[in-house]
Design a protein around this ligand. Structure first.
Ligand code: TIU
Length: 235
């Protein structure tokens, strides 16, 4: 594994290249959970086409491998709730007027409940030993979690972001991070939406107006930037 360094490198991105230092960069993989991504899960039960999300798995795995080789801090998040639902606002439980919703018995156990099979991260992207997993009750990964503290402790400035869904938990988290002073690179092929139009527009929104709340790149260019950083560190 390459050592992280204080050198500066650039991610190819829109609207312009993003400067980063590997030692101050974390990979954040958002909510790649079975209930959202797998056939037979909650997402599909609601009528969504999960193949639109599953396309993000392979490129995210490649970025995950490169981040691990480069020695980046790797953080995973999961959306879900305690079994007694004490951390779920009534408004969230009521939303959608669903016959089967959060906390109910679903196709992969109780829906979005910690410890249930559907709440697990898909096996392709399983966290490695020691990688922090942030359990979050909301759409954003900062609300009511220890993520802010974790980033501060590790002196992180830049977030490389993968996950689902682009316009919901990815957007909310990137907006929260941006307001807290982090620079976020969202990898277009490593995020997914059940709605192709939302995928396109959500990515446009991030990078509009000079990168109003972030940058947009892709897995191949992020991986080459990380590999360049690793090879310099190895010299
Ligand atoms: N993780 C995440 O985005 N949760 C959602 O509920 N997304 C939807 O798009 N529904």
């Amino acid at each position: 594994m390459g050592e992280v360094t204080g050198h500066e490198f650039h991610f190819d991105a829109e609207p312009y290249p993003l400067k980063f230092s590997p030692a101050e960069t974390a990979l954040v993989v958002i909510d790649m959970q079975r209930d959202f991504l797998e056939a037979g899960g909650f997402g599909e039960m609601l009528g969504n086409d999960v193949s639109l999300l599953r396309g993000a798995i392979k490129p995210t795995k490649a970025v995950l491998d490169a981040a691990r080789e480069c020695g980046l801090l790797v953080i995973h998040t999961r959306e879900g709730h305690a079994p007694d639902l004490s951390d779920a606002p009534a408004s969230k439980l009521a939303r959608g007027n669903l016959e089967t919703g959060i906390g109910d018995e679903g196709p992969m156990g109780r829906i979005l409940i910690q410890g249930q099979p559907g709440h697990d991260i898909v096996p392709e992207l399983a966290p490695a030993a020691g990688e922090p997993v942030i359990d979050k009750p909301g759409k954003g990964a900062f609300y009511s979690t220890e993520l802010g503290k974790l980033l501060e402790t590790n002196k992180i400035r830049t977030l490389v972001v993968c996950g689902v869904t682009t316009e919901v938990c990815v957007h909310t988290t990137v907006r929260e991070a941006n307001d807290r002073g982090y620079e976020c690179l969202v990898l277009a092929d490593c995020v997914g939406s059940y709605f192709p139009e939302f995928q396109r527009v959500a990515l446009e929104m991030i990078k509009a107006q000079g990168g109003i709340f972030g940058w947009v790149g892709d897995s191949a260019s992020a991986i080459s930037a990380l590999r360049a950083a690793t090879s310099v560190a190895a010299q």
